[in-house]
Design a protein around this ligand. Structure first.
Ligand code: 8YV
Length: 324
C-alpha cells in the first residue's frame, strides 16, 4: 500500500515523528530557519498532510501549491498563522492542540507575574553579581495578596490563571468577548475592557491574536492603566503595540512588563525593550515543558494521521469540514 505523504515544516519531537512514520512517507524541513513556500512546494504538490511544527503562514497561496491536501495539524493552541477560511473553503480540517497545554501555560503566565512582582530574576542577578553585601538591599517588590488581577481573554488558560490568582489572595476581574457563564464557580467578575485597564494592578493577556485583537494594547490603553500596573503578555506579541509599550515603560506610565511573547519574535538582541530596567522577557516558553510539548506533538500527530485517512480529527478548529 502506498504511504500517505506528509510534509513537516521543521523540528518535531521523536515520539510524534515515529508515530507519523508508521503510516506516512515524511518530508521534513531540516534547516534551522523556517522554510519559504518555494522551499516546500516540491513536496507540497503531492502531500496528503501538512504538520506545521515550525510556524509558517498557511494561506491560499500555500494551499494552492498543495492540491491533494486532506489535513493540517499544528502543535499549538494558537493558529493566527493559519488562514482558517481558506482551509475551510478547500474543505481541509485544521487541528490545533487545546487542552493539553492549559495548566502549563497558566503556570508560566502566573510565574512571570510572580517573578516580576517579587523581583526574583533581579534578585538572582544581584546575588550572582556579588552585590549581596552587609547593608545592601535589593529594591522591594510588591505584594500579590489583596491586589486585583485583570485577565484579558478568559478561555481555559485565563481560567487557570484566575485560579492561581485566587490562591494567592487576589481579586480577579476579567474581560472577554462574551461574559463566561460557566465561570461562576471561579468568582471572577466580568467587566468592560476600560474598567479592567483602570482597576487592575496586574493585567494578564491571554486573548488569541485575531484582526480585532491585533494592537489592542496601544498608547491609549497604557494611559488608562495605573502607574503601578504590571502588564503580563502570554498571548501573542502582536496584541501589543511594541513602541507604545516601550514608551509607557520608559515614561513609568506603568510600572513593569513581563512578556512571554514579543513582536517581533525572536526579539533581536539589540532591541530597545531590552534596555529597559522595568521589564522581564522570556522566549515564548508558555507550553515548553517536556511533558506538555510531548502531549502537544502527539495530539497533533494523531490529528494528522486521522485526517489523512479521512477520519474525524480529535481537536478541529473548522469543525464544519471535519471528517465524519
Ligand atoms: C506553542 C503557543 O508551543 O500553543 C500556542 O499557541 O503559543 C505555544 O504553546 C508555540 O506556538 C510553538 O508551537
Amino acid at each position: 500500500m502506498e504511504k500517505y505523504k506528509v510534509v513537516i515544516t521543521g523540528r518535531v519531537l521523536p515520539a510524534a515523528l515515529a508515530a507519523l512514520e508508521t503510516q506516512c512517507q515524511v518530508y521534513r524541513w531540516e534547516q534551522p530557519t523556517a522554510p519559504t513556500l518555494a522551499d516546500l512546494s516540491g513536496w507540497l504538490k503531492d502531500a496528503d498532510g501538512l504538520f506545521v511544527s515550525t510556524n509558517i503562514a498557511v494561506n491560499e497561496q500555500l494551499l494552492a501549491a498543495a492540491p491533494r491536501l486532506k489535513v493540517i495539524a499544528q502543535p499549538a493552541v494558537g493558529y493566527d498563522n493559519i488562514d482558517i477560511a481558506a482551509c475551510t473553503s478547500r474543505k481541509i480540517p485544521f487541528g490545533n492542540t487545546p487542552g493539553v497545554l492549559v495548566e502549563t501555560t497558566a503556570d508560566l503566565a502566573f510565574g512571570l507575574l510572580l517573578t516580576a512582582a517579587r523581583r526574583i530574576h533581579e534578585g538572582w542577578d544581584w546575588v550572582r553579581a556579588g552585590k549581596w553585601q552587609p547593608g545592601a538591599q535589593l529594591p522591594y517588590g510588591v505584594d500579590l495578596y489583596g491586589k486585583t488581577l485583570g485577565i484579558v481573554g478568559m478561555g481555559a488558560i485565563g481560567s487557570a490563571v484566575a485560579r492561581r490568582g485566587q490562591a494567592s489572595g487576589m481579586k480577579v476581574i476579567y474581560n472577554n468577548r462574551t461574559p463566561r457563564a460557566d465561570q461562576a464557580d471561579l468568582k471572577a467578575e466580568y467587566c468592560t475592557f476600560d474598567q479592567l485597564l483602570s482597576e487592575a494592578d496586574f493585567i494578564v493577556v491571554l486573548t488569541p491574536l485575531t484582526p480585532e485583537s491585533r494592537g489592542m494594547f496601544g498608547a491609549n490603553e497604557f494611559a488608562k492603566m495605573k502607574p503601578t500596573a504590571y502588564f503580563i503578555n502570554a498571548a501573542r506579541g502582536a496584541v501589543v503595540d511594541t513602541q507604545a509599550l516601550y514608551n509607557a515603560l520608559q515614561a513609568k506610565q506603568i510600572a513593569y512588563a513581563a512578556l512571554d511573547v514579543t513582536d517581533p519574535e525572536p526579539l533581536p538582541a539589540d532591541h530597545p525593550l531590552l534596555q529597559l530596567p522595568n521589564i522581564l522577557i522570556v522566549p515564548h516558553i508558555g507550553s515548553a515543558t517536556t511533558e506538555t510539548r510531548n502531549r502537544m506533538a502527539l495530539l497533533a500527530a494523531e490529528n494528522l494521521l486521522l485526517g489523512v485517512e479521512g477520519k474525524p480529527l480529535v481537536t478541529c478548529v473548522n469543525t464544519e469540514v471535519n471528517y465524519r
